[in-house]
Design a protein around this ligand. Structure first.
Ligand SMILES: Nc1ncnc2c1ncn2[C@@H]1O[C@H](COP(=O)(O)OP(=O)(O)O)[C@@H](O)[C@H]1O
Ligand SMILES: [Mg+2]
Length: 226
């Protein structure tokens, strides 16, 4: 599968997002960049929510949001419904197995307005997985999750991404180096680099984040040091 941005521009007052020829394939595509670099604007433009100029194709054909995409924005309102009803809201499939897997089963009859931030993130994720669309887009999904659930969720997403196009904005660079198949670095509304996690350099990161960062090789792992 391939999701292709041939051209995407979004103009706000003094900010211009300008993307040419950016391609996403099956696997885990992670977008990184500093605050205000245009990561959320890129996702919103990609799905057609807000754009100035837009030419996006899915497998060389027009792209249908409802049919092809599950998009989880960074901020979501919490409706007053149970965790189980919320998880099954958009698919009508049983969420029991996934609720158990993400330690939400004991909360299944609790209202989503009464659970913690991390629990809500997991409930949103279960809903997204049950929708079973070919393209999954998540804006800072890891925010608010403790280290155990970050690991469990990214392990799960890595499996899912073998058969889906997953696109995520992620701030935690340790997760990026460990899990990404492709990394897209954003700076001032433009793509600064597209590479694999094995090939990211200290220069790549220092350039987009404007702060010196070191990459240390530890066995087969690459670690980021501030
Ligand atoms: N609706 C909007 N109206 C005006 N400016 C916006 C709007 N949304 C985002 N911006 C501006 O566009 C820039 C990029 O924002 P955003 O894509 O949210 O950054 P990121 O997600 O990388 O932190 C920022 O300077 C932000 O202030
Ligand atoms: Mg953002």
């Amino acid at each position: 599968m391939e999701l292709s941005i041939e051209k995407l521009t979004v103009q706000f007052n003094t900010f211009l997002l300008n993307i040419n020829e950016l391609h996403f394939n099956d696997g885990l595509n992670i977008i990184i960049g500093g605050n205000g670099s245009g990561k959320t604007t890129l996702l919103n433009g990609l799905i057609g929510y807000q754009y100035s100029e837009r030419d996006v194709l899915f497998n060389d054909a027009p792209f249908h949001l409802k049919e092809h995409v599950t998009y989880i924005p960074q901020l979501l309102n919490r409706p007053d419904m149970t965790v189980k009803d919320f998880a099954e809201l958009t698919s009508q499939k049983s969420s029991d197995d996934l609720l158990k897997r993400f330690s939400l089963y004991d909360l299944k009859d609790t209202s989503v307005s009464h659970i913690s931030g991390g629990e809500f993130k997991r409930a949103v994720f279960v809903q997204a997985v049950l929708e079973n669309k070919p393209i999954l887009i998540f804006d800072e999904l890891e925010e608010g999750l403790d280290v155990k659930y970050k690991k469990e969720m990214f392990d799960y997403i890595k499996e899912l991404s073998k058969e889906k196009i997953v696109i995520m904005n992620v701030h935690d660079l340790t997760l990026v180096l460990q899990y990404a198949d492709k990394v897209i670095g954003m700076k001032k509304g433009e793509v600064a680099f597209t590479t694999s996690p094995e090939c990211i350099t200290e220069y790549n990161l220092t350039n987009i984040f404007n702060v010196p960062l070191e990459i240390i090789e530890y066995g087969r792992k690459r670690l980021i040091v501030l």
